[in-house]
Design a protein around this ligand. Structure first.
Ligand SMILES: [Zn+2]
Length: 131
């Protein structure tokens, strides 16, 4: 299961995302190039500079978490509750304060996000169980 510290520390959550996302190696989400250098950080996330397309990305780029105003640790807590306690999506929205207060997040977008979150959570679970 998830280490409990994942839910209280944004840095820990970022570490988990980094491990899970790049378990087959880091690649550029824009051009799929595989040669990059570490290039500082974006908030708590590792940032990279792609040597192929010369653009930067970070651990969140291209994930459903990228443009979320909600902290990653809250997403992970939601994923945990979703799996562990079978909490409904609607309830989760309220719990983590996601969609109904943000104008850009219509409930269909929210549903879409949760659907994708469901598949991500399976990947997360698999990887945290195996380590
Ligand atoms: Zn690239």
């Amino acid at each position: 299961m998830f280490p409990i510290k994942t839910f209280v520390s944004e840095r820990r959550a970022a570490n988990l995302l980094e491990q899970v996302r790049w378990r087959d190696g880091v690649y550029c989400p824009r051009c799929r190039g595989e040669s990059m250098i570490r290039y500082g950080s974006y908030r708590v996330f590792q940032r990279y500079l792609c040597k192929d397309c010369d653009r930067t990305f970070n651990d969140q780029t291209g994930t459903i978490f990228e443009h979320s105003a909600v902290e990653l640790k809250k997403w992970f807590l939601a994923v945990y509750m979703y799996i562990r306690f079978n909490t409904s999506v609607r309830l989760l929205d309220v719990e983590i304060d996601v969609s109904y207060k943000t104008s850009t997040d219509a409930s269909s977008a929210s549903y879409e996000r949760w659907t994708r979150l469901d598949s991500i959570s399976k990947v997360l679970l698999r990887s945290t169980n195996s380590t």
